[in-house]
Design a protein around this ligand. Structure first.
Ligand code: CU
Length: 154
């Protein structure tokens, strides 16, 4: 199940929030969605490369720009994502964070299940017949005698 994260929680995307702390609270998986909410024009969201994240210098290393005020970013790659606000001073002031998106652990488990199930052989008919017979024998005879009869006849 994909999760939807409101960046900054109730503080939203603003210059008063420590986003490194916010990002560290969560584990992000493939398919999760980040929602950046802010007053359009007061902030924006740039997805950038790590160097740009560190320098806050956006003449290069910008991968995507969002500025609607309610930007939804689907984390559709297993990689590190770096986000900053590109309004002057905001990135240096703390409007930036990096996250590492991992493969969804649920997906990993279910794909492993699929693999395992493919290797499971159906129970041989012979065995299931024997165990059916055994349960019949067991119903009508005390254990020792039942076992004896079972061994004799089957
Ligand atoms: Cu800003």
């Amino acid at each position: 199940m994909a999760s939807v994260y409101a960046v900054g929680d109730e503080d939203q995307w603003s210059s008063q929030t420590n986003y490194a702390t916010w990002a560290d609270k969560h584990n992000f998986s493939l398919g999760d969605v980040l929602v950046f909410k802010y007053v359009k024009g007061q902030h924006n969201v740039y997805e950038v490369r790590e160097n740009t994240f560190r320098s806050c210098e956006t003449s290069s290393g910008v991968l995507a720009k969002y500025e609607s005020g309610e930007d939804q970013v689907v984390l559709n790659k297993v990689k590190k994502y770096w986000f900053i606000c590109n309004i002057v001073g905001h990135c240096l002031g703390g409007m930036r964070f990096g996250i590492e998106v991992k493969e969804d652990s649920n997906n990993v488990i279910s794909s492993m299940d699929g693999g395992l199930n493919q290797n499971i052989q159906p129970t041989p008919l012979e065995n299931s017949c024997i165990s059916q017979r055994w349960s019949v024998v067991e119903k009508f005879f005390p254990f020792g005698i039942g076992l004896l009869l079972f061994n004799l006849y089957f």
